[in-house]
Design a protein around this ligand. Sequence first.
Ligand code: MN3
Length: 225
Amino acid sequence: MKQFKTVLFLLFATSVLSFGQFKLPELQFKYSALEPYVDSTTMYIHYNFHHAAYVSNLNKALEKYPELYKKDILQLIQGLDELPADIKTAVRNNGGGFYNHSFFWSVLAPAGTANMSPKMEKILVTNFKSVDAFKAEFEKAALGRFGSGWVWLIKEPSGKLRITSTPNQDNCFMPNAEVKGRPMLTLDVWEHAYYLKYRNKRADYAKAFWNVVNWTEVEKLIEQK
Ligand code: MN3
């Protein structure tokens, strides 16, 4: 009985302690859903090891300051400058990693399931002259990002759409970002995102990406005020 009570107490304590901690969001598609453009193995490793590690390292970084678990991820990364100095870098890297990957999965969809609507096409034409010009500029930004990072289509505070890129796990919400705005679409250009299938050919990976963009979601984001 005593042992049973101890177990109950431990279960209770664990659930209380884990309250408010960040969790790996559920993936809305199967690991194999993006084949052949993104292979299952890469998807599995990327989600279960890379993304999961950012989440657990973010939680670990916040252990010393549990009141910070009450903030949401955007409050944390937008408020990086106000964080205690000893966890700022960890939150920047792991909070960024947590947010960026969660967002990335949300703008991916199996090929042919979330195609570009005429309205979406018009938005791109208005902002970038043509869909091809938009894609070319995005791919150029993917290749132009030296080392690891992300390419973004963002909506600037003025409402204008713009392509930009960030190093490491930074994003356009962070106080240090050169260009600020809300993400509408992103591509992870870390080697872990493509190396198994594409080896060193980042350009091929960036081109293949167009087959798995969730344009329905991107359009929804752009239409939001
Ligand atoms: Mn990644």
